[in-house]
Design a protein around this ligand. Sequence first.
Ligand code: OAD
Length: 252
Amino acid sequence: MIILATDNQIQKVADQLCIAKSVAVLTGAGVSAESGIPTFRDSLTGLWSNFNAEELATPMAFRKNPELVWQWYYSRRIKNSSCKPNFGHLALAKMESKIDDFSLITQNVDGLHQAAGSKNIIELHGSLQNFICFDNHHHIENHIVDSSPEKPPYCSICGSLARPGVVWFGEVLPELAIRSSMEALEKANIFLVVGTSGQVQPAASFGLIAQKNGATVVVINPDESARIENAIFLQGPAGEILPKLVSLTWPT
Ligand code: OAD
């Protein structure tokens, strides 16, 4: 049975949120779970419980077996394209419309925050909407990607193989995304950490950085193991807690 944060606990965060000048949010796979997209580390349905990350999500894996890696990301992209934003994504888009200075840092590559109407999005791990070439990161157009479900097409500029524009293990995160995240964490009065297990750096340290910068940190997650020391914990699914938080903060 999932324990849910009480209205009282959520109201305390709402009281702070309505006077916050700057708000930053970090999301992980859990925010998309209610849209039907599997998380990575759920023990039964998690992608990394059913697939080997080393064979699929590293540059070495792509060099060794580009077709296998391509097919896996291609099928995730197809599945994602039939998924819709849930109440959690929508609540974050509404929150952004109420706050002047709002940044949404996401580790997700599914594009559902954009689909929900969020604007100031920092994609830390890239995007499954964007394909690039392996050698030179030239952009590969969607119609070329779509027409090649079995094997990666070639880049029309340099001839190297196409790959998904996501960050793989062992790769450096986009510099601009890191810089923008640090700026958001510096300003934020409140930092919400939603639907992430906190197992992957550097995002796993963002809560601590925000706390050091003086922000109130709030963790929203059904699982206790996602708690961060000295942070407020609102237990429950993002699709229930976030809409409640938004409606208690801005009742009309
Ligand atoms: P994980 O799969 O590690 O964690 C998902 C988190 O979401 C867990 O803490 C769950 O308890 C929580 N969760 C599940 N359902 C939820 C719900 N309805 N509402 C809120 N939370 C819920 O996913 P991430 O933390 O996003 O990186 O993983 C981080 C990175 O590891 C990913 O971006 C990916 C992965 O390897 C790369 O591929 C580079």
